[in-house]
Design a protein around this ligand. Structure first.
Ligand code: COA
Length: 352
């Protein structure tokens, strides 16, 4: 900690004491949780006019997992966080901030993060949720990096978790086959070396309506209070303009990943692994092409068995690749998330 005289007008009066900084930060451990129930394309096709072949061809998805009815985002987050904390080798008491990226925690307030902290035995941390959809985890890693580097906390738990099955209309051809449930987590903490590159992030609010909850809660209220007052109430599932999102992802997100490499002072050749948001296998393939990623760099293709789990997709895919030896410990991973908002974030990290 240092005490610095910042404002000459305050000479002789008490000054602020601030942490010395910036320090280095890195990811110390990642973890994941996949619900037990495997849902096949055949099961999805019981409710929509589609086929296993079409879904595989257009999205790359073969199966996804759905959580139990009584399994909450906090339950799934807890399992993933325990895994990440164990892999990081830290004690929960060392964690000063809990960030939970999710858009499917079913309470407007309070946030899920404080309850997750209690479950994990983390004493009195700063705890809040991040609403940045499929970019939420990469937003969280960026915030955690800044928090640790600035000296605000030594260790930050970042969780990406979704129970999208709660907010997906199983009769909607445009979304029913895409989404899945799951959780992924990382512990970010102080480091002797730089372990998280600068984040390239942003938003495109002009396209706010491209992926959205069908209706706001307050729009539903009059009909809830007066059942004869208009259209019948419908659960506010998520809707998506698939083709527009697809085009945006392919044309606008490739420059973002390229920039994340550039600001980290790296080339595609330096990478040990590429972990894009698991939105659609064809989007991943288009990004690989745009990046001119060398064929020897492994690419996350977790979507085949996991579907699109929004904020959970990047940490879940990372955890799988580390567990299966496809990604090397200590290797460089380019990770990126993009989704509803529209929002996006990308950064290179050193794998734990
Ligand atoms: C959703 C998505 C797979 C749909 O694929 P697409 O190729 O864009 O499909 P389109 O909507 O253009 O429809 C193409 C054809 O398939 C049909 N189709 C649409 N959904 C279908 C389904 N579930 N099963 C079978 N056929 C379907 C359409 O009717 C259309 O038929 P037509 O050519 O006879 O008119 C694709 O748009 C996508 O992945 N978008 C991005 C989604 C995403 O990444 N979301 C997450 C961001 S976080």
């Amino acid at each position: 900690m240092s005490t610095v005289e910042l404002d000459p007008a305050r000479t002789g009066r008490p000054s602020l004491t601030v942490p010395d900084g910036p320090r280095h930060a890195r990811v110390h451990g990642v973890g994941g949780y996949r619900p037990e129930r495997v849902v096949t394309n055949e099961e999805i096709c019981q409710y929509i006019d589609s086929s296993d072949e079409w879904i595989r061809q257009r999205s790359g998805i073969v199966t996804r997992r759905f959580a139990r009815e009584d399994e909450s985002v906090i339950d799934m987050a807890e399992a993933a966080a325990r895994d990440a904390i164990a892999n990081a080798g830290v004690d929960p008491s060392q964690i000063g901030v809990v960030l939970m990226a999710t858009v499917t925690h079913p309470f407007q307030t309070p946030a899920a993060a404080p309850l997750l902290a209690v479950r994990l035995g983390i004493q009195d941390p700063a705890a809040f949720d991040i609403s940045a959809a499929c970019a939420g985890y990469c937003y969280g890693i960026s915030l955690a990096n800044d928090i640790v580097r600035a000296g605000t906390a030594d260790y930050v738990l970042v969780v990406g978790v979704e129970k999208l099955s709660d907010f997906t209309d199983k009769h909607d051809r445009g979304t029913a086959f895409i989404f899945g449930d799951g959780a992924g987590a990382a512990v970010v903490g102080v480091s002797d070396f730089p372990g998280i590159g600068p984040t390239v992030w942003g938003s495109d609010g002009e396209n706010w309506d491209k992926i959205q909850q069908r209706e706001g809660w307050t729009d539903m209220r009059p009909r809830m209070e007066d059942p004869d007052g208009g259209d019948p109430l419908q659960w506010p599932n998520f809707a998506m303009q698939g083709q527009s999102v697809f085009r945006w992802a392919v044309y606008s997100m490739a420059p973002v990943v390229r920039k994340a490499l550039e600001v980290a002072g790296l080339g595609a050749d330096d990478l040990d692994v590429f972990v894009p948001h698991q939105a659609n296998m064809r989007i991943t393939d288009a990004m690989i092409k745009e990046l001119k990623l060398p064929a020897h760099v492994p690419v996350a293709r977790d979507i085949a068995e996991t579907g699109n789990t929004s904020a959970a997709s990047v940490p879940l895919a990372t955890a799988r690749m580390l567990d299966e030896g496809e990604a090397p410990h200590g290797g460089l991973s380019l990770q990126m998330g993009f989704g509803a908002g529209l929002v996006y974030a990308a950064q290179v990290i050193v794998l734990p």
